[in-house]
Write a protein that binds this ligand. Sequence first.
Ligand code: NAP
Length: 292
Amino acid sequence: MTLPASRVGLIGHPIGHSRSPAMQQAAFDALNIPARYELWDTPADQLAQRVASLRAPGILGANVTIPYKTAILPLLDDLAPDDAHHTGAVNTIVCEQLPTGIRLIGHNTDVPGLRRALHDCGAALRGRRMLILGAGGAARAALAVARLEEAAVSIAARNITAAQAVLATSNGGTPRLDAVAPHALALDDTPQLADALGHTAVLINATPIGTGDLDALPLPASLLAHLPPDALVFDMVYNPPVTALVRAAHALGLRAAGGLAMLLYQGATAFTLWTGQPAPFTAMRAALGLHT
Ligand code: NAP
């Protein structure tokens, strides 16, 4: 008798650009785990229904992406005592099968994923400043990484109230260093942004700007010239693998990387949470076109 395949999926909207299905399916196949990774494109008015549908036999869990990493919290039963608690954002759900029923537990694997990707780039954050563009779920993960690395933080967003809210709920930054520049900036406040960039060791794009667009930039390319020469520009956007932001940083002689390595590392942690197995990195890297 053939066992029915387990299912995992990606909850978000829009999600057509995602590389997670190819990467996670390659991981299941490499370990002969009978599971399918599906795209569960979910409009906002169907989010509760989608989450409820996870309470069914054979569902291992889900990933959560734009724009639901914070909105999904009240629909879950609990947050794991890991990074989801600190960040207030969830990118991975594990369906725990208990005798009493199925419990949905939220995790945040973006935090270890980003941290490891930044380490690969040689980012030195301790006692320095991270400037995060955007104030959504991914920005919360970046803020958590800054705290773990004992870095100061600024957040620049088109909605400054959202940036302030992220900083307030996540307790980010070190007071002494945060005196250097304001915590929360408006993304279109060019003078303040230029000033903040001058004190930035790592600039993170945590907006979706650049996704599926070879030319779109989250800030004017000329502003990157304010960064110190040893700064790192890290774009969480991974499709295209080399974004306009990464190209603009390279053109100025700065170190820069796109989000594929972060995608790999966050996905590897999620895979282990769902299956209890070490992630097959070789297969996952190959699916993403990453070289070892
Ligand atoms: P999110 O929760 O929806 O937040 C997106 C943020 O970007 C919000 O602050 C939003 O502002 C801002 N934003 C969106 N469009 C903008 C625009 N045109 N101009 C200025 N700001 C804009 O999404 P998320 O989950 O944080 O994800 C953000 C991006 O990071 C996505 O592209 C996602 O794919 C990527 N990501 C990559 C990885 C990886 O592994 N590489 C992991 C996590 C996330 P408003 O609130 O004003 O709309």
